[in-house]
Each structure stands twice: as C-alpha cells, then as structure tokens.
Design a binder for this molecule. Structure first.
Ligand SMILES: [Zn+2]
Length: 236
C-alpha cells in the first residue's frame, strides 16, 4: 500500500455547519457538501492505491475535533485532511482558505491545493492560526513559495484548529480546507458545477505530493478493434 490518508468530512449528524444559498430549497448544509466531497476524494485515492481512513462515511457526528484527530492518529495516517465549507452573514465573502500547521515547512500538498482551487475560487491565502486568539502574532498568511513548495514562516505556536493541533501532536501533518463560501452565489455555482473536478484535483495534489503519478478516472471504455490493413493504390 502507498501512503495512508485520513479524510475528515467536517461536521455531521446534529452538527450541520453553515448553510448555503440554496439550503431553503434543497435542505443541504455544509455537512452534506463536506461528506460528498470527502467520498469523492476517497474514491480517487483508493483508485490510486492509497490507503484511506474516513472519520465518517454517513451523516453521523463521529465526535469532536480531538476525537477525529485521534482516529487519524490511531490508524497511523501519513497525512490528514479536514474538508469544510465557509459561510458568512454577508453574501459577498468568497474564496478558498487553506489552514496549515504552524510548524509545517513542506508545502507540496498545499501548492497543489492552491493551484487546483485557485482555478475556481479566489485563494484567501494559506493560513496558520494560533490556539490563543488574543495572540496578535498569529500567522494569518503563511507564505507559500510555489516554486520551492515550501512555507516561509514556521513557528512552534499551538494550532487553533483542534483537528490540525491533535494530528500535529500525534506526528501527523494535517490541513483544513474551507473549499469556498456556500453563502456566496458565485462560489456556490462554481462549486456545484465543478465538484467532481475539485475532488479529483484535491486527490491529485495529495497523490503527486507523495511522489506518485496520478491515475485519472477512465471516463469511458473505448473498445479496442483490430487494426485493418488496407492497401491503397497510388494514383498519380
Ligand atoms: Zn465547517
């Protein structure tokens, strides 16, 4: 088996997360979008021979963020990704947020996320957030060098997101993606139209960061016919 990846679909069960521009009509919340995206990413990783640990595969709440990080650690994951979507009272807020551990130096996976999601949404920059919210030295913009695939700023601060913190303390690097704002009409539409491509791009970012060549999904079986040899007369 290649690397083992923990995919955490944010929220679940009674924890609905944010609503979308369409929740009144379709009854779907962040937890539903996160699960759908997580299952699609899982499918691509499995096809590429990766091991996958899912914190949930149905509409349940597997526990708080520490519990979810424990699942990643118990299964000895090589990397963990928590999938979320953003929401805000004002429709105008939009874009992707990539939350990374304060101590992470390597940015191969995040460079992939940056390029894939940047093809659809405004990247609001990779962030590292501290546990102490009153700490004014929080890193809200962790400098990503796409060329070297490394982060510029590294610190030993405690990570704000329990999932990232718990994984990091267990020796696992973890990211939290806020893929886009479900409350922004343009983000919502782009996501709805491209959710398959986004899942494939997320999986591809992980696969290639682990040094493997990504095998895309076959779209259709093309029947192989024997080649017919024909003789042509040369007409002068
Ligand atoms: Zn969330």
């Amino acid at each position: 088996m290649k690397a083992k990846i923990c995919i955490d679909a944010g929220h679940g069960g009674s924890s609905s997360g944010t609503y979308s521009v369409n929740t009144v009509r379709d009854g779907l919340f962040e937890k539903d979008f996160a699960l759908e995206q997580a299952l699609m990413v899982e499918k691509h990783l499995l096809r590429n021979g990766f091991g996958v640990v899912m914190t949930r595969r149905t509409d349940i709440n597997p526990g708080n963020v520490s519990k979810r990080a424990e699942i990643a650690a118990k299964e000895k994951s090589d990397f963990a990704l928590s999938i979320h979507f953003n929401g805000f009272g004002s429709e105008s807020a939009n874009g992707t947020e990539i939350y990374v551990p304060h101590g992470e130096k390597q940015a191969e996976i995040e460079s992939g996320f940056y390029e894939v999601l940047g093809g659809f949404f405004k990247i609001r920059s990779p962030f590292a957030r501290s546990n102490n919210l009153s700490d004014r030295n929080e890193i809200f913009d962790k400098k990503l060098d796409i060329g070297t695939k490394k982060f510029g700023a590294v610190s030993e601060k405690k990570d704000y997101f329990g999932f990232i913190r718990g994984c990091w303390e267990a020796g696992i690097s973890a990211d939290l993606l806020e893929i886009c704002f479900l409350t922004n009409p343009e983000d919502f539409e782009k996501y709805s139209k491209n959710r398959e491509k986004i899942a494939e791009g997320i999986a591809k970012s992980i696969v290639t960061a682990f040094g493997e060549e990504f095998v895309p999904e076959k779209t259709a079986e093309i029947p192989v016919k024997p080649r017919i040899k024909r003789k042509f007369d040369v007409i002068n």
